[in-house]
Design a protein around this ligand. Structure first.
Ligand SMILES: *[C@@H]1O[C@H](CO)[C@@H](O)[C@H](O)[C@H]1NC(C)=O
Length: 196
């Protein structure tokens, strides 16, 4: 128990870095406060229900956020299905048959659209808040999430294959891979232990 709390504490630091490093100039924690005060409570409720049903789902959603952010930033590109114009990241090596929790994010999106109106809350923000709420639902600490991300309209399986760390990388490659995202060795350990 003590060790799992330590890992959760570390992950919160990681996610804070993931969410703050690329976007700190334009994002705001109270982005939806006026346009839809029910947005964040709705996300939290559905995440809590999902984690209550299956605790592993908390780690799965955190991993989904991690694998989204490593490919062109936290823009929800990982949620896009394959089409003639979209090169889905869902079948990249690190995601095919292992990325899970999409149905929880879909459910949140449909509920949030119901209470806020369509296209008010981005999927990128939903995934980012859901990752934080997952850590909290598993007994970890909370932190403030910066909001106002826009969703990507494209995805890249090739880039996902290049940018998401592979289990075959040695330590030096892993450290460099995380450094490319503005993350350090502590972040590497936290995300590796927490989400695998
Ligand atoms: C993803 O997994 C499925 C099922 O195992 C497999 O048929 C498919 O070829 C895989 N896709 C890629 C791109 O590796």
């Amino acid at each position: 128990m003590a060790s799992s709390l330590t890992f959760l504490l570390l992950s919160s630091l990681v996610i804070f870095s993931l969410t703050s490093h690329a976007f700190s100039a334009s994002l705001l924690p109270y982005f939806y406060y006026k346009v839809c005060p029910k947005a964040l409570p709705t996300i939290k409720r559905i995440v809590q229900d999902a984690v209550r049903q299956e605790r592993r789902m908390g780690a799965s959603i955190l991993r989904l956020h991690f694998h989204d952010c490593f490919v062109n930033g936290c823009d929800a590109s990982i949620l896009l299905d394959q089409t003639t114009t979209i090169d889905s990241e869902k079948t990249a090596f690190a995601n095919n048959n292992s990325a899970r929790g999409f149905e929880v994010i879909d459910k949140i999106k449909s509920e949030v659209d119901k209470v806020c109106g369509r296209s008010i809350v981005s999927c990128a923000d939903i995934l980012t808040v859901a990752a934080r709420d997952s850590v909290v639902a598993l007994g970890g600490p909370s932190w403030q999430v910066q909001l106002g991300r826009r969703d990507s309209t494209t995805a890249s399986r090739t880039q996902a294959n290049n940018d998401i760390p592979s289990p075959f990388m040695d330590l030096t490659s892993l450290i460099n891979n995380f450094k490319n995202q503005g993350l350090n060795e502590k972040d590497l350990v936290a995300l590796s232990v927490d989400t695998h």
